[in-house]
Write a protein that binds this ligand. Structure first.
Ligand SMILES: Cc1cc2nc3c(=O)[nH]c(=O)nc-3n(C[C@H](O)[C@H](O)[C@H](O)COP(=O)(O)OP(=O)(O)OC[C@H]3O[C@@H](n4cnc5c(N)ncnc54)[C@H](O)[C@@H]3O)c2cc1C
Length: 477
């Protein structure tokens, strides 16, 4: 069945990427419809978000050239220069545009990172708490705006394939109540939020044991967009990386232990070992980096973060919802002992090896002047202060890798067009938000920012479609 070619733009997915693309397109005089698989207040990462618009955890309003260089350096050149330029030019514009749509921002903490946070803030207590908060307000506001502009979010409708006419994308086949419908349009924007909710794809690209990871988000990104785009001939990049955090393993069963508190402040000040008592990751490169390495273990449920009294009392109290005291208050398992041998026994870790690992780590911290510490694996100390593990009591917290969203995806141009392997754009096909690849990840597992990525690509896609259809002045990047 066909609904006719009466739309200019069909957007797949009603998260930040899709809702910005649809609204901006409608604002520029185009007819835009969002197809959303969920119902009512449909769950998605944008609804659950903490709400901070940042770039590489720095102020999104930083001067453009500084920001472009920051993205290149932070990702060790993984992010293409033209994409780094788009992010640095349009990140701040996304904030201003959202303000014009009626959204309010607050500074969620004294940290530069939290300067531009959607109000009311999305991180106030342990567990999932989204109703009436940043992402929920964002989506409801943007849907009202879209309705006013003559567009709509069509719920319970899951896009299944793209319509290919002579290599041009001219619509979407979507399923609603077991019936497939054709939604014809001049352009399609894939904004389905990534593939973290598809165990088969996670197994193919990220971890041998997807069931041993914790979905640290809505899990609604099931890779439909990626698969549809691949079937159309689009190129993909960086599929092996994800944004996430290290969580207490009890988050698998205890709803109060995800998405917050996460263990990152303990991980980056102490060490992470497996049951063998040995380290396997450079913890000093951060929680997202460590979460990716935990996911790659033969058994991702074999990692523990090890720390001492001072780490628990100092960095353990760092952050908006820190592990100290929330981890203990919410019943997270914390093995605690007066010495390392007893700690290892309580946690089921090889005690001899753990003592040797901690001794080598403490020695390196005390003696080495070169950075990073020459250990196997190396231990960076530049971004986060590594602290010795010397003062009892000692702690071991069983960890799980929390996957929030996949960083890789469909290769895009600076105008958010889906590209083929030869670098040519697929006419009529665009990508926004977490479905877009090449803006994050790579060898450094660089987290540039999920919301800023959604904002930048949503605006870029809509503006290019409008320009192409003769509806707006050219937007230069
Ligand atoms: C707890 C948490 C805290 C976070 N905090 C921050 C933060 O402070 N700052 C930051 O930058 N980022 C943060 N993020 C990440 C950020 O929220 C996401 O990267 C961003 O919201 C992704 O937006 P999106 O539009 O790409 O995807 P989503 O918001 O996931 O939206 C995609 C939508 O597509 C729909 N969909 C999927 N497949 C189909 C299909 N086949 N057909 C129709 N619809 C489909 C889904 O149902 C969903 O509604 C956080 C995420 C979480 C979970």
């Amino acid at each position: 069945m066909s609904t006719g070619a009466d739309q200019d733009v069909i957007v797949i997915g009603g998260g930040i990427g899709g809702m910005i693309a649809a609204n901006r397109a409608a604002q520029l005089g185009l007819k835009a419809t969002v197809l959303e698989q969920g119902d009512d207040r449909y769950p998605c990462n944008s609804r659950y978000t903490g709400g901070t618009l940042h770039i590489c955890t720095r102020d999104i309003m930083l001067e453009e050239e500084t920001q472009r260089q920051l993205i290149i350096d932070y990702s060790a050149g993984f992010v293409r220069d033209d994409l780094a330029k788009v992010i640095s030019t349009h990140g701040r514009r996304a904030v201003r545009w959202l303000q014009e749509e009626g959204l309010k921002f607050i500074r969620a903490s004294g940290s530069e990172h939290h300067k531009w946070t959607l109000a009311p803030p999305g991180r106030v207590r342990p567990g999932l708490d989204w109703e009436g908060r940043s992402g929920d307000v964002l989506l409801r506001t943007l849907e009202q705006q879209l309705n006013k502009r003559g567009g709509a979010v069509v719920r319970n409708t899951r896009a299944r394939s793209l319509i290919n006419e002579g290599g041009k994308c001219t619509g979407v086949v979507a399923e609603c109540g077991g019936v497939n419908k054709d939604y014809r349009a001049r352009a399609v924007v894939i904004a389905d939020g990534g593939f973290q909710g598809n165990p088969e794809l996670v197994k193919r690209y990220i971890s041998g044991h997807p069931e041993r990871l914790k979905q640290r988000g809505a899990g609604t990104g099931r890779g439909d967009g990626l698969l549809m785009a691949q079937a159309f001939g689009a190129a993909t990049t960086g599929l092996d990386r994800f944004y996430g955090h290290v969580l207490c393993r009890d988050a698998l069963t205890n709803e109060m232990l995800w998405p917050y508190p996460y263990l990152d402040p303990l991980v980056t000040a102490g060490i992470v070992v497996t049951v063998t008592g040995q380290r396997f990751v450079d913890e000093g490169r951060g929680g997202t980096y460590t979460a990716n390495f935990i996911a790659q273990l033969d058994d991702p449920l074999s990692a523990f973060t090890i720390f001492d009294h001072d780490i628990w009392e100092q960095p353990g109290r760092f952050g908006l919802i820190p592990p100290n005291p929330h981890l203990a208050n919410e019943g997270g398992t914390m093995h605690k002992a007066a010495d390392l041998a007893a700690l290892a026994k309580a946690a089921g870790i090889n005690g001899v090896a753990l003592q040797a690992t901690v001794a080598a780590y403490n020695k390196a911290l005390a003696e080495q002047t070169e950075k990073p510490l020459s250990l196997t694996p190396l231990r960076s100390t530049k971004k986060y202060k590594a602290m010795p593990i010397v003062k009892p009591p000692f702690y071991a917290v069983p960890a799980v890798s929390g996957i929030t969203y996949t960083m890789g995806g469909i290769v895009i141009s600076a105008h958010a067009q889906a590209l083929r392997e030869d670098g040519k754009a697929i006419e009529g096909l665009y990508v926004a938000g977490a479905a877009a690849g090449g803006m994050e990840g790579g060898p450094e597992i660089a987290y540039v920012g999920g919301l800023s990525k959604g904002g930048v690509t949503g605006l870029a896609a809509a503006e290019h479609i409008a320009e192409w259809l003769g509806k707006s002045p050219a937007i230069t990047h």
